[in-house]
Write a protein that binds this ligand. Structure first.
Ligand SMILES: [Zn+2]
Ligand SMILES: [Zn+2]
Length: 183
């Protein structure tokens, strides 16, 4: 969904929608499972910067909720996590801060982002909001045993034959020899 400044100048836009998986590109970090719900309000805020200079900011307030899958930090199996968050964001036209002076804005609770040209894409905002709300580290279970460092087996489901101790150099020499014979 695209919010055009010219349309928001006429009146604020309420939105309430369901986004199918893929509508928001989450990259490799997470996969959306089922629909993601998002609703809120987009409006224009005029920043008066001295005589004759008015910057049209877009304020986007809303929330999202959905289910996502992320890889377990130890065994890489997908873990389903529900996420929901609220946001209150301000986007300035990207050229407005070109002179790079620090300007204060009278909305202390909000964060500043930028929009390109004359519109803001809800999907871009949601991508960032979903990625920001992902836990730093997800485990499939608190005592996930992870993958075997040697053979790569998932040790939650498979007891592998690798022993735990430091590898025996004699055995390594032997396995090196073996692979030579094979090739
Ligand atoms: Zn795991
Ligand atoms: Zn192993």
């Amino acid at each position: 969904m695209e919010f055009k400044v010219i349309e928001l100048e006429r009146e604020p836009i309420d939105f309430d929608l369901e986004l199918a998986p893929g509508a928001v590109d989450l990259g490799e970090e997470a996969t959306q499972i089922g629909q993601m719900a998002s609703s809120g309000l987009a409006e224009v805020l005029h920043e008066h910067r001295g005589p004759g200079e008015v910057v049209a900011d877009i304020r986007l307030r809303g929330k999202f909720a959905g289910k996502f899958e992320v890889p377990c930090a130890r065994c890489v199996e997908p873990v389903e996590i529900p996420l929901a968050a609220e946001f209150d964001l301000i986007f300035r036209p990207s050229e407005a801060d070109a002179e790079a002076t620090e300007r204060s804005i009278t909305a202390p609770e909000t964060e500043i982002g930028y929009y390109l040209k004359d519109s803001l894409l809800l999907e871009d905002v949601l991508r960032e909001q979903v990625l920001l709300s992902l836990p730093v580290r997800t485990l499939c279970k608190p005592d996930c045993k992870g993958l075997c460092q040697r053979c790569g087996a998932n040790r939650n489901s498979q007891a592998c034959q690798c022993d735990e101790g430091p590898s025996d150099p004699r055995w390594e020499a032997l396995s090196g020899l073996r692979s030579k014979i094979k090739s």
